[in-house]
Write a protein that binds this ligand. Structure first.
Ligand code: PLP
Length: 388
């Protein structure tokens, strides 16, 4: 990261870890064949791929056979949502119903909408004002008609953690044909997924959120899940995801997850820095408020604020001009900021949501980063007010 930049946008993408870059470079330093081949270079590729699979399985607390390597969190979510629905359809089940929380990442939300276009009944489950799933509403919605329930482990905008274990328990008790998918892409940097996602049938992760390369991820698929492939071809990944595997990416994902697990004790220090940033900003900006109420479980790196009377697009441009990299939390592929469905589901008024801003810290965020942000943000907000 450049010296002149203050990077507080880890939830968008985390800088590549040097040890991950080294592990990937070592793989590329010698001939690497196609893992399906039989000569020594292919055998090397297969060995590296299977070692990476073992390590990813270990990080997720699953058997290696469950792990499907993908191109990232979006592909994993699409496979997790559409794969079981397609399998149910192929098995002759006429009625397929998918339930998802109203605060899912677009990768899940849009996959559920696509399922609806294929004839599945897609319904959203409400959250409370903190963005936590309404478990009673889930229980009321469960029946033998449900095929899939998708509830993320932690929200990408607010960092709010969801009760995934309770969700899985309720679903498995009351909806005998349903599988539970949890998108753990945001939680992976801080949460031990072996525990938090226990009970979920499908779990997705993405390498670039944990300091690995962009374009690599994995989906853990429990052995009891009937999953139809979304991508057809050579039958790699046990017929669940065809295409020559990205061995270098898989090694990067495994190394990044291992490095993340090794520094998990540092989460308290990250939360302390985040809280110092929150206290300083709330003190300097009386018009700002924390979007998530106190006492709610939030990832240690996330700070979501709504600043009344501020246009977030203007503020982000101004902060960027001062070298501070943060985000508005929800944007589409063009980078344009959209009204956040997550904040709408939490009942945040639209005018307040217009001033929403997400700071996200990582293990390598320093005290100096926090000091610089505390210096830059109040000045930028004041300058915007003068212009207005
Ligand atoms: N799910 C969540 C919760 C995310 O935050 C993201 C990325 O922002 C994704 C899925 C998509 O992951 P990827 O960028 O690897 O496609």
């Amino acid at each position: 990261m450049s010296e002149s930049l203050t990077y507080l946008d880890y939830a968008a993408t985390a800088p590549l870890r040097p040890e991950v870059a080294e592990a990937m470079a070592a793989v590329l330093a010698e001939p690497l064949g196609n893992p399906t081949g039989s000569h020594p270079a292919a055998q090397r590729a297969r060995r590296l791929l299977e070692e990476a699979r073992d390590d990813v399985a270990d990080a997720l607390g699953r058997p290696p056979a469950d792990i499907v390597f993908t191109s990232g969190g979006t592909e994993s979510a699409n496979l997790a949502v559409l794969g079981p629905l397609e399998a149910a359809r192929l098995a002759g089940r006429e009625e397929t119903v998918v339930l998802s929380s109203a605060v899912e990442h677009p990768a899940v939300r849009e996959a559920c909408r696509a399922a609806a276009a294929f004839g599945a009944d897609a319904r959203e489950l409400p959250v409370d004002h903190a963005g936590v799933l309404d478990l009673d509403a889930l229980v009321r919605a469960l029946s033998s008609r449900i095929t899939l329930v998708a509830v993320m482990t932690a929200n990408n905008e607010t960092g709010v953690l969801q009760p995934v274990r309770e969700v899985a328990e309720a679903v498995h008790q009351r909806a005998p044909h349903a599988v539970v998918f949890t998108d753990a892409v945001q939680a992976a940097p801080f949460v031990d997924l072996r525990d938090a996602c226990a009970g979920a049938d499908l779990v997705s992760v993405s390498a670039h959120k944990v300091g690995g390369p962009v374009g690599t991820g994995a989906l853990a698929v429990g052995s009891a899940v009937h999953l139809a492939a979304r991508q057809h071809g050579g039958g790699q990944e046990r017929e669940r995801r065809s295409g020559t595997q990205d061995v270098v990416g898989a090694v990067g994902l495994a190394a990044a997850l291992a490095a993340t697990a090794a520094e998990r004790d540092g989460a308290t220090a990250v939360a302390e820095r985040r809280d110092r940033l929150a206290a300083g900003l709330l003190d300097a900006l009386p018009e700002a408020q924390r979007t998530v109420p106190a006492g709610v479980d939030v990832l240690p790196g996330h700070l979501h604020l709504c600043i009344a009377g501020v246009e977030r697009e203007e503020l982000l441009v101004s902060l960027g001009a001062h070298g501070l990299c943060v985000s508005g939390g929800s944007s589409c592929a063009s980078g344009a900021l959209e009204p956040s469905p997550v904040l709408a589901a939490m009942g945040v008024p639209a005018d307040l949501a217009g001033g929403a801003i997400r700071f996200s810290l990582g293990a390598r965020t320093s005290d100096e980063d926090i000091e610089r942000a505390l210096h830059i943000v109040p000045d930028a907000v004041a300058a915007l007010r003068v212009r207005a």
